[in-house]
Design a protein around this ligand. Structure first.
Ligand code: SF4
Length: 216
C-alpha cells in the first residue's frame, strides 16, 4: 500500500492579500529549527504540536477554495517539510493547473540549493521565495518581509514583475471567525505590534487565535 504523506500545520487561512501577490491561501507549518530574535510566530517554532493533515486533505481544501490564485507557505520553516509540501503542490496542480506557490524560508536561497533533494524539489515548484532569517536590527517596512536582508526572489516568470513594483509594507489583515475568535496575517509594520494587538483585543473580550480550530 502506498505510504500516506502527512504535514504538521500550525494554522491555515482561506484568503489573504498581504502575504504575496493577489489573493492567496496561507499554510503556516509547524516547526522551525531557527530562533530569530523577535520572531512573531513563536508558537510555530516547536516541531511538536500543530495539527497533522494528510497531503490529500490539504489538497482537497486548497482545491475547494474559490477566488485564490495560489498558496503561500509560511511557518515555521516550510523547508523542514519540503517533500510533503512539494507533493501537495503537485497534487493541487493536477486539478488546478497554474496554481501559484510562494514560500518563506529562514534559510537563504543559496543554502537551500545546496540542501538535499527534497529542498530542491520544493524550490523547483515555487514561483516566489522570500529567503533569509528575520533580523530585528534590520527591521524595515518592506513588502511581504520583515527585515531588509530578506529577498523576494522570482523563481519563475509568473511574478517576475514584482521586483519592479513599490516595495512598501503590505500591511496586516485581521479576520473575525464565526465563533468570535480573531486571527491575523501579514508582516507586522512596527515592533511590538502583536503584543499590542493581543492586549487591545483582550480588553474587548476577544482572543487572538494562533492555531487551527480543533473540532470538539
Ligand atoms: S525562520 Fe521565521 S519562523 Fe523561524 S525563527 Fe526565524 S522568523 Fe521565526
Amino acid at each position: 500500500m502506498a505510504e500516506v504523506t502527512r504535514l504538521s500545520v500550525a494554522r491555515r487561512l482561506d484568503r489573504c492579500t498581504v502575504l504575496g501577490p493577489g489573493t492567496r491561501a496561507v499554510i503556516w507549518v509547524q516547526g522551525c529549527p531557527l530562533r530569530c530574535g523577535g520572531c512573531v510566530a513563536s508558537e510555530t517554532l516547536p516541531f511538536e504540536g500543530g495539527t497533522v493533515h494528510t497531503v490529500a486533505e490539504l489538497a482537497d481544501w486548497l482545491d475547494g477554495l474559490p477566488g485564490i490564485e495560489g498558496v503561500t507557505l509560511s511557518g515555521g520553516e516550510p523547508f523542514s517539510q519540503a517533500a510533503g509540501l512539494a507533493e501537495l503542490l503537485d497534487t493541487v496542480r493536477e486539478r488546478r493547473p497554474g496554481f501559484s506557490a510562494m514560500a518563506y524560508s529562514g534559510f537563504r536561497h543559496e543554502a537551500l540549493l545546496r540542501g538535499g533533494p527534497d529542498r530542491r524539489a520544493l524550490l523547483r515548484r515555487l514561483d516566489l521565495l522570500v529567503d533569509g532569517p528575520y533580523v530585528a536590527s534590520r527591521r524595515h517596512g518592506l513588502r511581504w518581509r520583515g527585515s531588509s536582508n530578506q529577498r523576494v526572489i522570482a523563481l519563475t516568470g509568473r511574478y517576475a514583475h514584482v521586483g519592479a513594483e513599490p516595495d512598501s509594507s503590505a500591511g496586516v489583515e485581521l479576520s473575525v471567525e464565526a465563533d468570535g475568535s480573531v486571527s491575523w496575517a501579514g508582516v507586522p509594520p512596527t515592533p511590538g505590534f502583536r503584543e499590542g494587538l493581543e492586549e487591545r483585543l483582550a480588553e474587548r473580550g476577544f482572543v487572538l487565535r494562533t492555531e487551527e480550530r480543533r473540532e470538539a
